[in-house]
Write a protein that binds this ligand. Structure first.
Ligand code: C2O
Ligand code: CU
Length: 456
């Protein structure tokens, strides 16, 4: 039970077959330190597999809801059509009730490390494990040794290792939503506290990393390996060497090529800077030799589909101001239902965040445009907390960033914001529909940081 680990198996999906995705509860343990508990997951024949497909194919995934609550699947990072995005209500994707099934059509336009997760009651459902990695293979990339690494944290109570018990009550509305989000004290890689992951002893290993936590920002850095980032949020970028730690927020993906150095143990640190480097995770070394790092790096260059390349001058320029409720604004702390409210009214109702002064997720659409139009959005983080702003529908190009220089020029589906930072993005609208735009720190999403845009 314990040793199964999640994502140890791979399911290859093709256009001609429907893939069954069974959302269900399963007794799981994360390792010795935590008592067994009921985890939710997607069963694809084996519990919690990595799904691999090929660019240009179409994934048909049949969700079977065997949970006792409604659910959906969101295809994070993939350009799907209206109604297939897993967001219900006005966003037009059906809510799948207990006992029901639904077929998602997912065209695999863009290669890369993507993922899928519930988008109904997501803070709760993702925290309980309803997610999985989806790898879209690109045949132009060299074949090399790979490891998928899904990072997560789990909320627990108890006095220490062995006595830890998973504690979902930490997900209930609370002040954590108004700070950096809900964080769990137990960290796992692929559902295991002590996974064994091997690198090629010689040459490059591609780490496909996914941050599936609902609130924790990891800050990966490596020791005793040469490490180069080759893709962010699935899309390949101009490769750059990872010499210090990098912001790696909820929902984001990072593909890193690592090659062990001649001596010392290959180690990954995930700690947040505030608390030092954190505990190191040591890789094992496998027997297999892989392509050399230098050769592998030649094969990576920025991926940018023609239809997503923004025009040099934008049709519309929009501003999104992200802040906490105001303490000294003449009109009030923020708006609910179109009315200004005072600070304690907002905070007592767990409205901790404002988008353009609106505190109840009712702003929007932030903009409306037509397919082919270029929109520029200036996003201002006027708050003392970091955020990860995720666009549904398509990747966007980052034009400037005051806190994440390495993102400039790249295409991502999420944008990094350190405290008090700003960034500008440009996007060429690609798919008709209503598309959410929200913070992927999910405690923020449910307490004000959610809006949308409309494409016709
Ligand atoms: Cu990965 Cu709206 O989410
Ligand atoms: Cu946020």
């Amino acid at each position: 039970m314990a040793s199964l680990g999640s994502f140890a198996k791979t399911v290859q999906a093709t256009s001609n077959q429907t893939l069954d995705l069974i959302a269900k509860a399963n007794q799981t343990s994360l390792g010795q330190a935590v008592r067994p508990f009921e985890r939710w997951l997607y069963d694809t024949g084996s519990s919690g597999a990595v799904i691999r497909c090929r660019q240009g194919d179409r994934l048909i995934a049949r969700l079977h809801n065997q949970l006792e609550v409604p659910t959906t699947v969101h295809w994070h990072g993939l350009r799907v059509s209206k109604g297939m995005d897993g967001v219900s209500g006005k966003f037009a994707s059906p809510l799948v009730l207990p006992g029901e099934t639904f077929d998602y059509q997912v065209p695999l336009r863009d290669p890369g490390t993507h993922w899928f997760h519930s988008h109904y009651d997501s803070l709760n459902q993702i925290a309980r494990g309803l997610y999985g990695p989806l790898i879209v293979e690109n045949f132009d990339e060299p074949v090399m040794h790979e490891q998928v690494m899904v990072l997560d944290d789990w909320t627990v109570k108890g006095t220490g290792p062995g006595a830890f018990e998973v504690d979902w009550s930490k997900l209930e509305p609370g002040l954590a939503w108004g700070h950096a989000g809900v964080k769990g004290r137990v960290l796992t890689i692929n559902g295991s506290i002590q996974p064994r992951l091997e690198l090629a002893f010689q040459g490059a290993t591609r780490l496909r990393m996914l941050n599936a936590a609902t609130g924790r920002v990891f800050r990966p850095s490596f020791e005793n390996v040469r490490a180069w980032v080759v893709a962010m949020d699935g899309y390949t970028c101009q490769p750059f060497e990872l010499t210090s730690s990098l912001f790696f927020g909820p929902g984001q993906r990072l593909d890193v090529l690592v090659e062990p150095m001649d001596s010392g143990r290959a180690t990954l640190f995930l700690g947040e800077e505030l608390f030092g480097k954190g505990t190191g995770f040591e890789f094992g070394l496998g027997v297999e030799a892989s392509v050399s790092l230098a050769d592998a790096l030649h094969a990576f260059s920025p991926y940018m589909p023609l239809e997503l390349r923004p025009d040099t001058s934008a049709h519309q320029k929009i501003t999104l101001d992200m802040s906490e409720p105001h303490r000294d604004h003449s009109k009030g702390a923020g708006m609910v239902d179109g009315q200004w409210q005072d600070w304690s009214t907002l905070v007592d109702n767990h409205r901790y965040w404002l988008f353009n002064n609106v505190a109840d997720n009712s702003l929007g659409p932030l903009f409306k445009g037509r397919v082919g139009e270029t929109i520029e959005v200036e996003m201002l983080n006027n708050s003392a907390t970091h955020h990860v702003m995720h666009f549904h529908g398509q990747h966007v190009q980052i034009k400037s960033s005051s806190s994440a220089e390495h993102e400039v020029g790249s295409f991502r589906d999420s944008i990094t914001f350190e405290a008090w930072s700003k960034a500008t993005i440009a996007m060429k609208l690609d798919r008709p529909g209503l598309w959410p735009l929200h913070c992927h720190i999910l405690g923020h999403q449910v307490s004000g940081m959610f809006t949308h845009y409309e494409v016709t």
